[in-house]
Design a protein around this ligand. Structure first.
Ligand code: G6P
Ligand code: MG
Length: 217
């Protein structure tokens, strides 16, 4: 039985996955590091410091922890400048009706994002009140693909993981949802999200009926 939907934020609710990419790309260009959209796929759903290590590749060893913290902070400043302009118009198609439909049916909702900027983004989108839980990434030991963040969301919502559906745009996120024993809806390219139970091109295809049908399978 569908009791809760756990949403990733960046790339599912709004297109901030693109802003993360642009901020990393600017940092990589400043450093003279090659960085393209293909490498960026590996960063989706992955925390800030770990993302920096992937971006730097083998040259990560040339930087001290302090230097890496400075670089990660630079990326975050670039990212914060980009999210400054977010408004409710930046919700991806179908998200607001989906949130309203779920609320009307008393389905609980949570956000499970690794981003320390998640609450800022939710406030700018004016959708924070829809969510019963926004998991604090500072409270977690492991990032996606570990299931910890989705299990924490289920626990904080007080629902069994098997009664939850997770929605993700990142391969690491789909892994995390499946490892948490939940059904997984992927948003994006089916070739990149092959472990999802269903993949949709964009969130406007997701509605309560579809989620309930998925749970019944
Ligand atoms: C999400 C995004 C990642 C981002 C991470 C940390 O998982 O998909 O691209 O690196 O959050 O975000 P933050 O805003 O804390 O740097
Ligand atoms: Mg995402």
């Amino acid at each position: 039985r569908l009791e809760a939907v756990i949403f990733d934020l960046d790339g599912v609710i709004t297109d901030t996955a693109e802003y993360h990419y642009l901020a990393w790309k600017e940092l990589a260009d400043d450093l003279g590091v090659v960085f393209d959209r293909e490498t960026n796929e590996q960063l989706k759903g992955i925390g800030r410091m770990e993302s920096l290590d992937i971006l730097l590749g083998p040259s990560a060893a040339n930087f001290t922890t302090e230097q890496k913290q400075v670089l990660a902070a630079e990326k975050n400043e670039k990212y914060k400048a980009l999210i400054e302009r977010i408004t409710p118009n930046d919700l991806l198609p179908g998200i607001r009706p989906l949130l309203e439909e779920l609320r009307a049916s008393n389905v609980k909702m949570a956000v499970a994002s690794a981003s320390k900027n998640a609450v800022t983004v939710l406030r700018k989108l004016e959708i924070e009140p829809f969510f019963d839980v926004v998991v604090d990434p500072n409270s977690l030991a492991k990032g996606k693909p570990d299931p910890e963040i989705f299990l924490a969301a289920a626990e904080q919502l007080d629902v069994e993981p098997t009664n939850c559906i997770g929605i993700e745009d990142a391969a690491a996120g789909i892994e995390a949802i499946k490892a948490a024993n939940m059904d997984a809806i992927g948003v994006g390219d089916p070739r990149l999200l092959s472990n999802a139970d269903v993949v949709v091109e964009d969130p406007s295809i997701i509605n309560l009926e579809m989620l309930e049908q998925q749970m019944a399978k």
